[in-house]
Design a protein around this ligand. Sequence first.
Ligand code: PGA
Length: 257
Amino acid sequence: MARKKIVAGNWKMNKTLTEARSLVEEVLKNNPADNKVCKIIFPPFLFLSELNVLLTGREDVFTGAQNCHTLDAGAYTGETSAQAIASVGASYVLVGHSERRQYFHENSEVLKSKLDAVYRNGLIPVYCIGEVLAERKQSVHFQVVARQLADVCAHISPEHAARLILAYEPVWAIGTGETATPQQAEEMHAFIRKELKQLHGERMAEQCQILYGGSCNASNAAELFACPNVDGGLIGGASLKVEDFTAIIQAACSVPV
Ligand code: PGA
């Protein structure tokens, strides 16, 4: 069975409510409902509820949160739980984004607890992995990614593994304008799938959607998405502009299945 492509927009800490609404309205207008590509929008928490109202009736567009707390409730001022995220109709949560690892010191133990929270609340994680520039320069990128993967896979049950989405995001490509070449992306994605096979078996490895992230844009998306092991993209900067995001969705739609 072919894996469905996913185009996900990670808005990070951008947009006001008015801008968020109008971006989503434009994206919906430019991309009539289709079943070929799953679209996910990761806005700031604050807008999830309101944007979900705009998505009523669209079975091909979903929302997700960029982060969540490890616990479902409690005295943690300023935090948001996966339970609260699920309650406003969001379906996905980003876990392990390199900006969370770097700026908010999220280590693998914290990330595993966050994954537990996501699964516990019936949400789907998009788990980010990837090497930093120094690791690629030292040619240890495969080892780094294998370690990140083994760590997360050892933690989750086969049942949860079947609902895992991965995003390979080489940290040197995030927000830098420097994209991995399609060859580099395909090589790593094929490697990830091979590792998954060892860790969770052939069926899980074949079904797992692995997104590419890192300066994916309107001009390079088609080539990246045409790679057999690249199942779509996690898009930062280019998801903030309706024309660019639409072009990326169209690129995913036009890949032959
Ligand atoms: P970028 O971000 O597309 O702006 O490089 C990707 C991401 O951080 O998920």
